[in-house]
Design a protein around this ligand. Sequence first.
Ligand SMILES: *Cc1c(COP(=O)(O)O)cnc(C)c1O
Length: 379
Amino acid sequence: MTQKLPVLAPETLAASGAIPVDSPYQDIVPPLHVATTFERAGDCSYPGGRVYSRDASPAYDAPEALLKELEGGAAAALFASGMAAASAVLQALKPGARVVAPRAMYWGLRNWMVQFAANWQLQLDFFADDADLAELLQRPADLVWLETPANPTWEISDIAAAARLAHAAGARLVVDSTVPTPVFTRPLELGADIVMHSATKYLNGHSDVVAGALVTKTADDFWQRIKTVRALGGAVLGPFEAWLLARGMRTLFPRVRAAAASAAAIAEHFHGHTQVVQVLYPGLPSHPGHAVAARQMQGGFGAMLSLRVVGGEAAAKAVAARLNVFKRATSLGSVESLVEHRASVEGPGTFCPDDLLRLSIGIESTADLIADLEQALAG
Ligand SMILES: *Cc1c(COP(=O)(O)O)cnc(C)c1O
C-alpha cells in the first residue's frame, strides 16, 4: 500500500475497508487479485513491485493496511490461520530462547507451544497470574505471550504491567487479541510489541474463512524474520480468503459492539441464577479481572462468556443439548451464537472446569438468546 491513509476514526476506516481502489472502473469494493506471478520489464525490473504472490499478494494490501491502522502498528501481515501467525512468531525465535506464556490460553496453541518448544529447544515457562509472571520475569526472557481475556474463563492480564516486566527482562510482548479485537483493546498502545489475531473469529466474523494476522509496533529485524517465515515457510492465505476477510472487517465495529452489548446483558441476567454456579464475564464486577479489564478495555468487555452450570458435567452437556438458537460448535466470534462444553474439546490435562459452557454471543436478538438459555437451564 503506497497511498497514505488520512487520519479518520477507526469505524470510518473499517467501513471503507481502507481501500483506495486503484481501478479504471472506480470500483467501490476491491477487485479480487488472483495472479501468482508478475511480469518483469525488459531490464529485469518489476514495474508492478511484485515478484511472486507467496511473498506478498496484492490481495493482502487492503486488509493488512486496515489492520495496521486499527491496531496502531507499523506493519501487518496476514497468515493462513491464527495458528500459522502464532507459529511464525515462535519460529522467528532462535533455538534456546526463553518463552513465558499463560497457563490459561487458547488450548490448541498452548499444546502446540509445548511440542514446538521441545523441538526448537525453547525454554517454556507458564504463569498462573500477574504475580507469577512478575516472578518468572526476574530472569531474562525473549518472548512473553499474553491472551486477554483468556480462553475459556476470560481471565484478564494487565497488558501495560506485563509490557514493563517483559521489557525489563529483555523480552518482546506478544498479545493474542482475538477475543477483545481492536474495537475494545489496542495492545500496542499499552506497550505490547506484536498483536496476534485469529482472523477466523471476529475480524472475519462469518464462520467462512480461516485466517490469521500479526501487527507489529516496529518493523524491526524480528519482524523481518517473521515475514521470512511467512514467505519461505509458505503458510500463506489464498486471495479469495483475504478478500472475504476484507469484506468481513468492514462491519467489524457494529458486529462486535452489538454482540458485546448482548453478552453483557446475558451475563447480568444469569448472574445469581438458581441453575448457574457462576457466570464468567470480565464485565461483571464479581469477575476477578474486572478492575484491570475496565481500565484496559475501551467501550466494552467483549462477547465471550462462560456459564458454570449447577449439576456438573452431565448437567452442562444436557443444557447444551437443549439449546435451539445457540449452535453446538467450536470456534467463536461470528454473527451466530455458539455453545461448547469446553472441557470435552480440550481433553485430558485441561484446566477447564467440567461444568463450564463457553458461549460465543452473536448478533441475534438478546431476548431470544436469554429465552433459549432459560428453557435449556430449566430442563
Ligand atoms: C481460534 C483461536 C486461535 C487459533 O486460530 P485459528 O485461526 O483457528 O488457527 C488462537 N487464539 C485464539 C484466542 C483463538 O480463539
